[in-house]
Design a protein around this ligand. Structure first.
Ligand code: SF4
Length: 277
């Protein structure tokens, strides 16, 4: 018997497997539920607001007032689902919303939305590399005045320390590779917009970085295939364990992966965590 392979390789799957194969197994093979997280829901909310902002209307209409109005629209869209799952009381809800507003304001401090020309929002691209289906959903693909392309990815967490910055670019270079394969054009730039700090990290894809994406994707996929075949996904303890939902089932912390399927997560009240991260 062996574990079933995921159908596609995405940047999230790739980085999860690279950081901890066992956490990858729990997330993408066993699909264990994880408790709702204010950090993730806030990210979803702000991404949705910026998606609405850039997804319709003329560029000149993307004023600061319009940006804040899109947060209201995104809030309404998510109020009964993602936001409700957090179980926030009135005070926590106010704080949560204020934090999201701050992120939108900081977005406006690093980019003038009236000056960008998006040609794709939440652009879903897929390509085949040596029999591996790779997939990525790009937050925004812009066209510069000279016709060149730019991949833009929003981040609502903290910007990494300089020694970790390179690893955080894996996802956007993966997207650049997809643009090259699917659209036949390599973007001139990939940009990470860290809204919280706020700071923009930019790199230029090269032939070498494209080869690197391809080699890494194939190598990681082959490693996933072997791990599925042997049912061998090992824990890889790191600072990420602090926020890992799977610690109760992780041998590195005295747990057993076999018990993961049997156990159900207790309902979690996370309102107290709002404003803490
Ligand atoms: S607790 Fe750490 S080692 Fe264990 S599954 Fe999570 S990330 Fe991996």
């Amino acid at each position: 018997m062996s574990f079933p392979l995921p159908s596609t390789l995405t940047p999230s799957k790739l980085t999860k497997f690279m950081s901890c194969p066992l956490a990858f197994r729990f997330s993408y093979i066993e699909r264990l539920p994880e408790p709702p997280s204010p950090h993730l829901v806030r990210g979803t909310l702000v991404h949705k607001a910026l998606q609405i902002l850039h997804g319709a209307g003329s560029a000149t209409g993307r004023t600061p007032e319009r940006a804040r109005a899109t947060l209201d629209e995104a809030w309404d869209d998510l109020a009964e689902s993602d936001i409700a799952s957090l179980g926030l009381d009135s005070n926590a809800s106010t704080t949560f919303r204020a934090e999201a507003t701050t992120l939108v304001d900081r977005y406006l401090s690093i980019e003038d939305p009236t000056e960008v020309q998006p040609i794709g929002i939440e652009l879903d691209l897929r390509a085949d590399i040596d029999g591996v289906e790779i997939r990525g959903i790009i937050d925004r693909l812009d066209r510069l005045p000279d016709g060149e392309l730019v991949v833009v990815d929003y981040k609502t967490g903290r910007a990494p320390r300089p020694d970790h910055a390179r690893a955080r670019m894996i996802g956007v270079h993966f997207y650049a590779y997809l643009c090259d394969q699917v659209l036949g054009r390599s973007p001139r730039e990939v940009r990470l917009l860290y809204l919280r700090d706020p700071v923009v990290v930019t790199e230029s894809p090269s032939a070498q970085s494209m080869r690197g994406v391809r080699q890494r994707a194939v190598a990681v996929w082959r490693a996933i295939e072997r791990a599925c075949e042997r049912e061998d996904f090992r824990p890889s303890p790191s600072p990420l364990c602090k926020s890992c939902s799977f610690r109760p089932y992780c041998p590195a912390f005295g747990g057993s992966p076999e018990r993961a399927r049997e156990a159900l997560f207790e309902p979690v009240t996370v309102g107290a965590a709002v404003g803490a991260d």
